[in-house]
Design a protein around this ligand. Structure first.
Ligand code: PGA
Length: 234
């Protein structure tokens, strides 16, 4: 099955016309394009092959659906830094899932935690999952629509000097997340993605790891050539 590659443009590009140009160049089947909220409507109208994603539950689920949004990223580290607590993230995830949107829940540890080792990072991520997915296990929510993106915070954004995780450690964490979803939440069909400085150079090494179902790509998705190369690597 084709792996999902999500373009998370964050607050780029600077103008609508650049955004439309980028969207036109990135309109590839099975890709997901998540532009900044102000561009959502126009980008959604333009896309013919890629699916539209929103970078947060930035409006009500029905409003987002009316803009043709299919995927919603929730719990990205930028939003957590701006004040989204696990309780807020849990509410947003439940609301979006209830409305039939596909949720991409981001989890991941910071540098200080990772310095203590991968076991400490796993414990941290397990705790995030416990809080962010509270109540989702036994509900009738459409859990097939849930994807988890493992994004170690320290690995995000090469432009700020970040380095990606190693494919081996990322794959180990992703297997751990899969086991945790299965044993603690009875969630079996979720897609698990890696995010954090994915580039054309390293995409294949992440995407070929067992259990990695796709990638959440920030910086490299702003350059259509890089984005295409990442898509090709899956
Ligand atoms: P990056 O961003 O690829 O630029 O590291 C990933 C993300 O923030 O989702």
């Amino acid at each position: 099955m084709a792996k999902i590659i999500i373009a998370n443009w964050k607050s780029h590009p600077a103008t609508l016309s650049e955004a439309l140009k980028l969207a036109r160049a990135s309109d590839i089947k099975t890709a997901v394009i998540a532009p900044p909220y102000p561009y959502l409507k126009k980008v959604g109208t333009l896309l013919k092959k890629a699916a539209l994603g929103s970078q947060d539950l930035e409006a009500s689920p029905s409003e987002l659906k009316s803009l043709k949004v299919k995927y919603v990223i929730i719990g990205h580290s930028d939003r957590r830094r701006l004040g989204d607590t696990d309780a807020i993230i849990n509410k947003k995830a439940r609301r979006a899932l209830r409305a039939g949107l596909k949720v991409v829940l981001c989890v991941g540890e910071n540098k200080a935690t990772r310095r203590k080792g991968l076991s400490a990072a796993k414990k941290f991520v397990a705790n995030q999952l416990k809080k962010d997915l509270a109540g989702i296990r036994n509900s009738k929510l459409e859990i097939r629509n849930l994807a988890i993106a493992y994004e170690p915070i320290w690995a995000i954004s090469t432009s700020k000097g970040g380095k990606p995780d190693t494919p081996k450690a990322a794959s180990e964490m992703i297997s751990f997340i899969r086991r945790t979803l299965n044993s603690k939440f009875k969630i079996r069909n979720s897609k698990l993605l890696y995010g954090g400085s994915v580039t054309p150079k390293n995409a294949k090494s992440f995407l070929s790891q067992p259990g990695v179902d796709g990638a959440l790509v920030g910086g490299a998705s702003l350059n259509p050539r890089s984005f295409h190369a990442i898509i090709k690597a899956r």
